[in-house]
Design a protein around this ligand. Sequence first.
Ligand code: AMP
Ligand code: GLY
Length: 333
Amino acid sequence: MDGLREQGIPKNTAGKNDGMKVLVIGSGGREHALCWAIAKSPKCDELYCAPGNAGIDQVAVTVSIAADDLDGIMDFVRDNGVDFVVVGPEGPLVAGLVDRLEEAGVKAFGPSARAAELEGSKGLTKDLCAKYSIPTADYARFDEPDAAKEYIRVKGAPIVVKADGLAAGKGVILCRNENEAYAAIDHIMTEAAFGEAGSEVVIEEMLVGEEASFFALLDGKTALPMVTAQDHKTAFDGDEGPNTGGMGAYTPAPVITDAMAKRIMDEIITPTIRGAAADGRPYKGVLYAGLMITEKGPELIEYNVRFGDPECQPMMMRLKSDALEMLLACAEG
Ligand code: AMP
Ligand code: GLY
């Protein structure tokens, strides 16, 4: 994202025409990429980002309001006549920012709090998969450590232990043996390493295959496949460091051929969206499916209810259409 000024992208396009006032929520590489793309739209008159970062400050007006300060965001939107809000991270989505904006008559990109539970509760997503026959690892949910350990004893290892709620990408523990799995239960449930997010756990079978991410755009009625991507998980050269939320990313992901993309839409995305709508969670925004391509075919690892960070960066670089129009089309349905 270097060299934006050299590319002639204005920091603040205020007064260009009678286009839209847009506010992006978040402060990562993802939000930098979104602002960079939205700033190029002829429809964007003024672009704000809360809270933003130093890079975003080159393409948008940054406002010092935290992404989880829903009251502060609502006040800013009202006081400044913002027309459209693009929500980057999961926190404010799960907390209901889109619901509040829509109640106030402001268009917003992102799912409602109920739909955002697809990321906010791993157990809820697993139950949805079971109900609508969506391929995913076998699992069980527990809110009591002894019962969780008994399940591990019966199932054996390798096995995966996950905090149910949001844990900033750290709530998943891949366990090679039973002792690691018991320790994972102690860490998540007894020591409450992730607070309330770990009061319940999902324990699931370890899937084997190649991972890939699949992004679909949704307007509440229709799901449109967007792109595939991959992030580089480990820190340090030679993949020698610890796992991170993503050190960099590329798109497309070669493992997802056209035939595989069709299977992912037919077997995973479409039944999820139909099922979520039937359960009172109609979905708008971007749905990010973390997948394992196994011998049997695609299986869902998890859903995120937002663009990936950093995957959004190469995605916005590849985008040929107007980013603002694309995001608005999802919001307007
Ligand atoms: P998540 O936060 O659910 O994406 O999990 C983080 C990472 O853990 C994923 O990107 C996978 O590499 C791995 N993972 C999660 N669940 C499983 C599973 N059931 N089998 C194998 N790997 C998994
Ligand atoms: N890069 C992983 C994520 O955004 O969840």
